[in-house]
Design a binder for this molecule. Structure first.
Ligand code: ZN
Length: 658
């Protein structure tokens, strides 16, 4: 509490010492001027780069053929702020032949901004770079990103950035992190690279990027710095997902599953490459890092084929009103299932939501989705009016983190083409992320009030989980046969259940590594022992508020929290410059602090107390500086209100000398 007020004081001091707050506006405006003046030139450069990118695609498996950006000579400037806090932290020295791993983010929390690093000698490779959407308790914040502050000190050592798949919790922070680390070469499968390309293009960063497409079906080793890396095929919920095999010259061999499931009958995908996993497992793997997300679920996760059959039953039995299917925009296989079913039953598909339309367009362009002419139509009022309601299937984005997703807008009649009415059926073809149950029930309530039918996975099997259940996790451990096992992702609870599953096989407890974000583990050469450093990399919570990056511990966030809990109280004194006497009535404004019935009584009580504090303080120390006087007023009033009414509002005393 005191810390944040001190920070607030420091900010006020800063503003006073810098003449006035106008200075801040000048800084802001300079930045704005830069954007408007340069936007045209930047766009021209962007188009130039798009051309270069597509021309280079055929050669893209060879990183040497890519044009390396001239990073050292230019400060990289995109649309988003990517200046990370400065830190004096340096990694402990790495012994000869040892290989280091650090989870930068993703090992302590749910649906987080996943990111890992590996180091051998001076070479560093990074893996994934996700975003975390703000919870309700992150007041006003847009999202948070991985903290790579300490990595900025090592940007010259970063040899490559490996990206496993195109979910936002694995690629969503690149627009901030990538330029801060001088844009190292990005490696990923085709679909992943194209979604990254879209993100970097929107952030005006594509011209600095070097993107390398990797085919996870090809058994090829990619040399990145001193590491050898292989991508291999996995099932998940977005096309072209990959696992990673990483080998260092020290003989440390790592398999990192990232997000995975094993599906023998996936929708548009091919089954996971178990032959290859088995072959990799014969190489004496040092450590398996494996996805714990589904660790509490018994048996196998359901196949996409079952969902297909359930969706077909719903579509074939639907004869009244529109069918609105809500799913994640990256779930391309679900879109393909619905397109095929629509074609079979003579229905028309409309796509709703910008990300849905864009992702399907990319998937079509790259050949991941097959759309027969006439099945999908553009969502315009004219088209939707012309086709009978029961012949329409609207596939819409449904993100449980975003209140502005297309489905949320439809449920509030704020969507520009679709208003949900009686007889419409809304199918939630996505599962509820733990912790988001309330927001899902909230939207279902709204749909019921509009007399829509609502179908969830509790009614029909309209969705499958996209992470491995216990039996799939066991298959993975048995095929890879690692010396050490590291359960990763999600809270300690899920990782501990995964640890128990591993120990129910043949993994010994001493060989299970439980890591938190920032833990540093060094693997000795040739499958030797593993050492966990007592030193932890300093990983902070970094938030994006507007276009700007801040620490989540910022006094701004704490002030918002305080105002949300108990409101705000502004108290204004007009005083004589020489005598310091109060010249007129003390004025008071409060918001969110007092209820109507008590306002008169409490306001009077505060004014009386404020007058006493001021007069007693001035009497004791007549030449007290204004900022010290304000601090005393704030602290004493805070104690007084806590004692009298048990509330702790944000108190802002203001003195005007005349
Ligand atoms: Zn994923």
């Amino acid at each position: 509490m005191k810390d944040f007020l001190d920070e607030l004081d420091q900010e006020i001091d800063w503003i006073q010492n810098n003449d006035d707050i106008v200075d801040q506006h000048i800084i802001l405006n300079e930045w704005m001027d830069w954007t408007t003046e340069n936007i045209e030139a930047e766009q021209k450069q962007l188009h130039k780069n798009v051309k270069t990118f597509s021309n280079n695609q055929n050669n893209s498996n060879n990183p040497n053929k890519q044009n390396k950006p001239k990073q050292e000579s230019n400060e990289i400037r995109g649309k988003f702020i990517s200046k990370f806090p400065e830190t004096k932290f340096y990694l402990p020295s790495l012994r000869e032949g040892y290989t280091r791993f650090i989870p930068i983010w993703g090992n302590n929390e749910t649906w987080a901004k996943n990111m890992w690093m590996a180091q051998y000698w001076d070479d560093i490779i990074l893996m994934d770079c996700g975003v975390q959407f703000a919870d309700a308790d992150m007041l006003g914040v847009n999202y948070s990103i991985p903290d790579v502050s300490f990595l900025v000190n090592y940007k010259k050592n970063i040899k490559g950035f490996l990206i496993t798949h195109a979910h936002l919790d694995h690629i969503g922070s690149l627009k901030h992190v990538y330029p801060a680390l001088w844009c190292p070469t990005l490696y990923g499968t085709k679909f992943t690279i194209w979604l990254i390309k879209k993100q970097l293009e929107e952030a005006w960063l594509l011209s600095y990027a070097t993107l390398v497409e990797v085919d996870a079906w090809k058994k090829e080793k990619i040399k990145i710095g001193q590491f050898e890396v292989e991508f291999f095929k996995v099932n998940h919920s977005v096309p072209d997902c990959a696992w990673l095999y990483i080998e260092s010259p020290g003989g440390t061999k790592i398999v990192h599953t990232w997000d995975f499931k094993i599906d023998f009958t996936p929708a548009i995908d091919t089954p996971a490459d178990l032959d290859r996993i088995s072959e990799i497992g014969s190489r004496w793997i040092s450590v398996l890092m494996s996805d714990s997300t589904g660790s509490t679920r018994k048996w196998f996760s359901m196949s996409e084929k079952n969902v297909w059959e359930e969706l077909e039953k719903i579509v074939s039995n639907h004869h009244k009103g529109r069918l609105i299917i809500a799913t994640f925009s990256s779930w391309i296989s679900r879109v393909q299932q619905l397109i095929d079913i629509a074609e079979k039953y003579d229905k028309t598909i409309f796509l709703s939501g910008r990300s849905m339309v864009e992702n399907v367009a990319i998937a079509k362009e790259l050949g991941y989705i097959n759309i027969k002419p006439g099945v999908v139509k553009k969502m315009t009022p004219k088209n939707t009016e012309w086709i009978l309601p029961h012949k329409q299937i609207i596939i819409t984005t449904w993100s449980q983190w975003e209140q502005f997703s297309a489905l949320a807008r439809m449920s509030e009649w704020k969507h520009n083409s679709v208003e949900i009415i009686k007889w419409d059926t809304v199918v939630f073809s996505s599962s509820v992320v733990p912790g988001n149950e309330k927001s899902v029930v909230w939207i279902i309530n709204k749909l019921i009030k509009l007399w829509a039918n609502v179908v969830t996975k509790d009614d029909w099997e309209v969705h499958t989980w996209w992470h491995a259940f216990q039996e799939e996790q066991k298959i993975m451990i048995n095929l890879v046969k690692p010396k050490y096992f590291m359960p990763i992702f999600w809270d300690l609870y899920f990782r501990t259940v995964h640890k128990n599953t591993a120990m129910s096989l043949w993994i010994k407890e001493d060989n299970v590594l439980m890591l938190e974000n920032g833990n540093i583990v060094d693997f000795a050469p040739k499958n030797g022992n593993v050492f966990k450093s007592k030193i932890k990399a300093p990983i902070q919570e970094l938030i994006i508020d507007g276009h700007w990056m801040w620490l989540a511990t910022s006094h701004v966030i704490k002030a918002r929290e305080k105002m949300m809990n108990s409101g705000v109280l502004v108290i204004m004194f007009k005083v004589d410059k020489k005598t310091k006497a109060i010249l007129w009535h003390i004025k008071l404004e409060s918001r969110g602090l007092v209820y109507l019935e008590e306002v008169r009584f409490i306001h009077r009580m505060i004014i009386k107390k404020a007058r006493d504090i001021y007069e007693n303080t001035v009497k004791d120390v007549p030449d007290m500086e204004e900022k010290d006087l304000v601090k005393i007023l704030r602290d004493d009033l805070e104690k007084f209100l806590l004692q009298k009414i048990d509330r702790e509002p944000m108190i802002i005393p203001m003195l005007t000398e005349v």
